[in-house]
Design a protein around this ligand. Structure first.
Ligand SMILES: Nc1nc2c(c(=O)[nH]1)N[C@H]1C(S)=C(S)[C@@H](COP(=O)(O)OP(=O)(O)OC[C@H]3O[C@@H](n4cnc5c(=O)[nH]c(N)nc54)[C@H](O)[C@@H]3O)O[C@H]1N2
Ligand SMILES: Nc1nc2c(c(=O)[nH]1)N[C@H]1C(S)=C(S)[C@@H](COP(=O)(O)OP(=O)(O)OC[C@H]3O[C@@H](n4cnc5c(=O)[nH]c(N)nc54)[C@H](O)[C@@H]3O)O[C@H]1N2
Ligand code: SF4
Ligand SMILES: [Mo]
Length: 688
């Protein structure tokens, strides 16, 4: 048989490695050893052959002339981007000798690894790397940039990331997309919802921006940013008042429904309307629709939890399905994330036992602070699977930190990213198609295998290989660094604590490519909450210093500027990935600022004008998109644009780096800004 690499021409099964809930099954077409086409695998039960435009054009990224082929050392100033080719030997020698000296003088905690899920493969993202940094005794990163607040909020209510099986949502009769731009960010949930719609389902979208998803809805409900918890509490008020709750379900499977009923009396529709900007009549209509339709399904998005009150938002919304007993109806319930069903053996994979004594933890959302203010200081930063110079909040601070002359920085990536331009040493990374790894979705219930399809590009190496080499260079003799990818996959999937993975083995995956975990309905059953039930009233929250019942808390103070600024992701990039690929940038045209016509008129701004957006943290420029896609007082942008696009839209220059109410989460969407007209610009074509 041989491996896929040995066969220069053919079609090979694969999986999308990007940080996207859909985790599509792919078919990679190869001719003469090169990828010529990437399409969806029609046999994949969830993704069914459909993939996004981003990945359909992935080959252009894999073979982009700007892709890194060999290690580099910096010869220019930090951030300038001038580098010189070096050998792997020199790169590893430089890193290990700098680190050995540093550790002898200041200890290994002076070293900070910084990473995220640029590649979702578990070995690439949280496998050999963790072993290495545990053994090194480095400072530990808190992985909070994405969904930390919401995950915590959901856990308080439901005990962990357990939701509806998305494949069942075709049976739903009401689907609420709550703060999720699913057409762009979870397209297969949209495909499933379309099937439900053909069977009579209504689709409601609740968002601060009428984007692709809002336009696709049967009913779009605009809300003021950060106020959704109040809307959900208003719905609960009506559900109780109008006897639309499922009393048997509440008695059997929840704790605190009586306290909750009393508590939500204060959230009457008039009060809620004043907070959320949603008319009273719409609050009634939504609550009655929710109270009278079964099965109803809520897809809880990531957007609203990127606010100061994001944890409590998810905590609150996740109580709704219990009120009407939706968890007993096939396709009913909610999804925030489904990662807990597929939990693998992280202890075997990551080997926390290699860490001899606990080291400090550093929140990745405060990277600027960590680099500029920590005592004892961070002296060395090792970045992989992430591009913090673009994606981390308060970019000016982050870049000031990255610019420190005494900070020894190593960046491992496929491209010379904005972050890499600050590195002392840059290492070239393989793409996921060049590696062996396993993948588990945080939305559907499948585990998938990646086997290498193409040879490593130039001298590039996988994350696992680099950490093996670094371990050797550091003189670590532990045999955990000898494990192959295949062995690591076996160790990770051997997890007696999670019987749902039973039967999913390395062998079976090599044969089947994707396998569904054995997930049973949540109810009847016991949740891993302290009470075993859905916690509408949570003693654990009280213990942790939160109100035990869901509440609405206004956003934190963020100065006096008039607009709330919501800079989310866009359709053709994946966070900052693809923002440096010409084709993807062309598809996005230019960074736009969506604003309400009334606000624009007051500021003398016309559709298509160039505008400056600023606050005390920084400034950006956009093309104004004037209309009624956002409420007055709100401005929205989309996309994490590359410096190289010269767009002037480094949106994180404006975002706050304070932390959300739970989990140390990021608050990208709770910043205030001012908008100013720069010039009337000819290019009206890009404003829509
Ligand atoms: N095309 C594409 N797909 C992606 C990504 C990408 O960059 N591009 N990123 C991936 C990643 S890492 C993630 S985490 C997910 C994120 O994908 P989503 O879960 O869709 O999250 P966001 O796009 O951040 O925000 C979702 C929506 O929340 C809205 N929103 C913001 N604040 C509020 C609020 O207070 N209330 C309400 N109701 N809505 C609000 C925004 O307008 C946006 O439409 O997508 C993944 N998929
Ligand atoms: N303003 C604003 N900021 C945001 C967000 C937002 O909505 N608004 N969203 C936030 C969210 S939800 C997230 S998840 C973060 C995501 O932020 P990041 O995790 O930084 O994601 P990307 O920007 O996609 O960068 C991933 C990098 O990993 C590299 N990479 C890919 N595969 C590999 C590999 O195998 N090895 C190595 N070494 N490198 C690899 C890619 O080339 C890319 O440069 O951004 C956050 N930032
Ligand atoms: S980015 Fe998402 S939708 Fe696109 S191919 Fe990957 S998993 Fe599928
Ligand atoms: Mo994310």
């Amino acid at each position: 048989m041989g491996t896929y690499i040995d066969r220069p021409t053919g079609v090979f099964p694969s999986v999308c490695s990007l940080d996207c809930p859909d985790q599509c099954g792919l078919l990679v077409h190869k001719r003469d050893g090169k990828i010529v086409k990437i399409e969806g695998d029609p046999a994949h039960p969830v993704t069914q052959g459909a993939i996004c435009n981003k990945v359909r054009n992935m080959a252009e990224r894999i073979y982009d002339p700007a892709r890194l082929r060999y290690p580099l050392k910096r010869v220019g100033r930090k951030g300038e981007g001038r580098f010189e080719r070096i050998s792997w030997e020199e790169a590893l020698q430089t890193i290990s000798s700098r680190w050995k000296t540093l550790i002898a003088k200041e200890g290994a905690e002076a070293i900070l690894p910084y990473s995220f899920y640029g590649n979702m493969g578990r070995i690439s993202a949280e496998g050999m790397d963790r072993r290495f940094f545990h053994r090194l005794g480095a400072s530990r990163l808190q992985y909070t940039i994405c969904e930390a607040a919401g995950k915590e909020g959901y856990r308080y209510t439901m005990g962990g990331s357990y939701g509806t099986d998305p494949e069942d949502t075709v049976h739903a009769k009401l689907i609420i997309m709550w703060g999720i731009n699913a057409v762009s960010t979870n397209m297969h949930q949209v495909m499933l919802a379309e099937k439900a719609r053909k069977n009579g389902a209504t689709i409601v979208v609740i968002d601060v921006h009428k984007n692709r998803t809002g336009r696709w809805a049967d009913w779009f409900i605009p809300v003021m940013p950060g106020t959704d918890a109040a809307l959900a509490l208003g719905m609960m008020h009506i559900l109780f008042e109008e006897q639309m709750t499922d009393k048997a379900f509440l008695r059997t499977y929840t704790v605190g429904h009586e306290e909750l009923r009393e508590h939500v009396r204060q959230y009457d529709p008039a009060t809620v309307s004043a907070i959320t900007g949603v008319p009273e009549s719409d609050i009634y209509r939504l609550a009655r629709m929710y109270g009278r339709t079964s099965p109803s399904f809520i897809r809880i998005g990531n957007g609203p939890q990127h606010h100061d009150n994001g944890g409590m938002f998810v905590r609150t919304i996740s109580c709704l399905p219990a009120l009407t007993g939706q968890w007993l109806h096939k396709g009913g319930g909610a999804i925030k994330g489904n990662g807990a069903y597929l939990e693998h053996n992280a202890i075997a994979l990551q080997r926390p036992d290699l860490l001899k004594q606990a080291t400090r933890r550093i929140n990745m959302n405060m990277l600027g602070n960590a680099l500029l203010e920590l005592d004892p200081p961070i002296r060395s930063l090792y970045v992989y699977n992430s591009n913090p110079a673009l994606v981390a909040p308060n970019a000016a601070k982050v870049r000031q930190g990255l610019g420190r002359e005494d900070l020894f920085t190593v960046v491992h990536d496929l491209f010379l990213t904005e972050t890499a331009s600050y590195a002392d040493i840059v290492l070239p990374a393989t793409s996921s198609f060049e590696n062996t790894d396993f993948y588990r979705s945080y939305w559907h219930h499948y585990v998938q295998l990646q086997q290498p399809v193409i040879e490593p590009y130039g001298e590039s190496k996988s994350n696992a290989d680099v950490f093996r080499l670094l371990a050797k260079a550091m003189g670590f003799e532990d045999d955990v660094f000898e494990d192959t990818e295949e062995q690591m996959i076996r160790q990770a999937l051997d997890h007696p604590n999670n019987p749902r993975l039973r039967g999913i083995t390395y062998e079976a995956l090599t044969e089947k490519q994707y396998m569904k975990a054995d997930v049973q309905p949540l109810f009847p059953g016991k949740l891993p909450t302290p009470s075993g039930k859905i916690e509408l009233y949570s003693l654990a929250m009280e213990h942790d210093g939160y109100p035990p019942l869901p509440v609405y808390t206004p956003l934190a103070e963020d100065g006096e500027l008039p607009f709330l600024f919501v800079p989310g992701p866009n359709h053709h990039f994946l966070n900052s990935t693809f923002s440096n690929n010409e084709k993807h940038v062309r598809m996005e045209k230019a960074p736009r600022l969506y604003m309400n016509a009334a606000d624009a008129a007051a500021l003398g701004i016309a559709d298509g004008d160039k505008v400056k957006v600023w606050n005390e943290r920084g400034q950006c420029t956009f093309v104004a998109a004037v209309g009624d896609d956002v409420l007055p007082g709100v401005v929205v942008s989309q996309g994490l644009w590359a410096d190289s696009a010269d767009s002037g839209a480094l949106v994180n220059a404006l975002t706050p780096d304070r932390l959300a109410d739970m989990g140390g989460g990021a608050v990208f969407f709770s910043g205030r800004v001012q908008v100013e007209r720069l010039s009337a610009v000819a290019d009206r074509s890009v404003s829509r």
